[in-house]
Design a protein. Structure first.
Length: 223
């Protein structure tokens, strides 16, 4: 949770903000430039970027200890606050890598959704009434364009509890993903089955919540 939740929320916020800006002005120089950068980042394998960052910041520049884990202190600290801050410091590097490769997907989703909404008849009606562009964008278009994004957000929150197996293995983070990784290496089938069951259960619950929330947010959807 300490790893995936901050990375997911930061990626979502950055992606939605940039995507809304680009969706309001498609085809502009800023849109073309950021779309090129976003597609490049979206295509980068996360594990490759994490290994690259780990080599640069732990071996070459030694900003973080190469051992990984949740503590940079040799013997730890009895103070819970210091231990928490130290753990967050150690999680900063993997969070940065997850944000770099994760925000582009949210940006593309928000941009395409807003572009589709901006072509609707009620947007043309709002402009015909004389409303300024900011009001049209944020009070009319954004509220409807955000609906597909909300569904994706709810589904992504489910993966907060299931961990990131490769990320936790690379940075030696003792989470659910690393636990599953160790269980696979040690052929611990009961632990693997329990972990997969937990992942499947959280995904199913998230899908149910996403369906219910979509009906609550969009009055056009009825069950």
């Amino acid at each position: 949770v300490m790893l995936i939740l901050p990375a997911t929320l930061i990626s979502i916020m950055i992606g939605i903000l940039i995507g809304a800006k680009l969706g309001a002005h498609p085809g502009s120089r800023l849109d073309v430039t950021l779309m090129t950068v976003a597609l490049m980042l979206y295509s980068i394998p996360t594990f490759w970027l994490q290994v690259l960052f780990k080599v640069i910041f732990t071996v070459k520049w030694r900003v973080w200890p190469a051992t990984g884990g949740l503590t940079s202190l040799e013997f730890g600290s009895p103070d819970p606050l210091i231990s928490f801050l130290d753990a967050m410091y150690m999680l900063t590097l993997p969070i940065i890598t997850l944000v770099i490769t994760g925000f582009a997907g949210w940006m593309l989703l928000m941009r395409n959704s807003l572009m589709e909404v901006m072509g609707e008849d009620y947007i043309l009606t709002a402009r015909a009434k004389g409303l300024d562009e900011a009001t049209v964008l944020y009070r009319h278009a954004f509220r409807n364009a955000i609906l597909p994004v909300v569904t994706g957000v709810i589904l992504s929150i489910a993966f907060v509890w299931t961990g990131a197996v490769i990320t936790e293995a690379i940075f030696v983070i003792p989470g659910i993903g690393y636990l599953l990784f160790q269980a696979i290496l040690q052929l611990d089938y009961p632990l693997c089955e329990a972990t997969f069951y937990f992942i499947a259960l959280t995904t199913i619950i998230a899908n149910i919540i996403a369906d219910i929330s979509y009906a609550l947010l969009d009055p056009r959807v009825k069950y």
